[in-house]
Design a protein around this ligand. Structure first.
Ligand code: PGA
Length: 277
């Protein structure tokens, strides 16, 4: 009788397994400091965040500090003993080395102990005229150095107003990423950051974020596969704050946030990480 029950249970289990099981995606909160913080201010900010996180955070979200280059080495030493906190750079040059005054290569970033690099932030696209073709090269050099690119995409207000946001974002993703192999695209993190929501206090609604994240995932699935698309973390960025993080992060296709202004205040940043508790 016991044997019989066990075999029934087993049969039910097998039938209940869904055909397509999406891989659990990493939940990520990345703080993009932009051009802020002296060395001392940076050290202080990170100590405060680490302290608050130790006391308060229950979840396993990956937390990435993305300061200006000058902080990388110091912060890498400061974070050495902590294996849930990561370090990233805000940009890198597309070439390995050479006569490019003022630039920093992915190899140099890696040598500082960083693990991630933001590529294609809208401020780079806008103020430094970074094109999709250039971003494709930067993605390559980041991957060649075994670093994780956080590729940013997002439409401007004009596009949102005439409802062409999916065409714009689809093109950004295709142009900068679709030359990658399956193994390479699987290593990407993508951040959807509508330009009209960055630093403006205007957040995309949770529905708008979900809609675009699902669209990005679908675009990747069409070219690669559902498995690959389901495994890539897609972050939302643009005026994320403790007050709106829980709602945005709870959307099925939103896997965390790329945080600008609020990453400069330890209390706010940790409260945003807490949204995953
Ligand atoms: P914000 O910036 O949170 O200040 O809007 C986000 C970003 O630019 O990454």
């Amino acid at each position: 009788m016991e044997v019989y029950t066990a075999s029934i249970t087993m049969t039910i289990c097998i039938i209940a397994v869904p055909k397509h099981v999406p891989k659990m995606r990493k939940q990520i909160v990345a703080g993009n400091w932009k051009m802020n913080c002296t060395i001392d201010e940076g050290k202080r900010l990170v100590s405060e965040v680490v302290q608050l996180m130790q006391n308060e955070i229950q979840n396993n979200a990956e937390v990435i500090f993305i300061p200006p280059y000058i902080h990388l080495t110091n912060l890498s030493e400061q974070l050495l003993t902590n294996d849930t906190l990561y370090l990233g750079a805000q940009n890198c040059h597309q070439n390995k080395s050479g006569a490019y005054t003022g630039e920093v290569s992915a190899t140099m970033i890696k040598s500082c102990g960083a693990t991630h690099v933001i590529i294609g932030h809208s401020e780079r696209r806008e103020y430094f005229s970074e094109s999709d073709a250039l971003l494709a090269e930067k993605v390559n050099t980041v991957l060649e150095n075994d670093l994780t690119p956080i590729f940013c995409c997002g439409e401007r207000l004009e596009s949102r107003e005439v409802n062409t946001q999916e065409a714009v974002v689809g093109e950004q993703v295709r142009n900068a990423l679709f030359h990658l192999s399956t193994e390479e695209i699987a290593k990407m993190v993508i951040a959807y950051e509508p330009v009209w929501a960055i630093g403006t206090g205007k957040t995309a609604s949770a529905e708008q974020a979900q809609e675009m994240h699902a669209f990005i995932r679908e675009t990747i699935a069409e070219k690669y596969s559902n498995e690959i698309a389901d495994s890539i973390s897609i972050l939302y960025g643009g005026s994320v704050k403790p007050e709106n993080a829980t709602e945005i992060f709870s959307q099925p296709d939103v896997d965390g946030g790329l945080i600008g202004g609020a990453s400069l205040k330890s209390r706010d940043f940790v409260d945003i990480v807490k949204a995953f508790d």
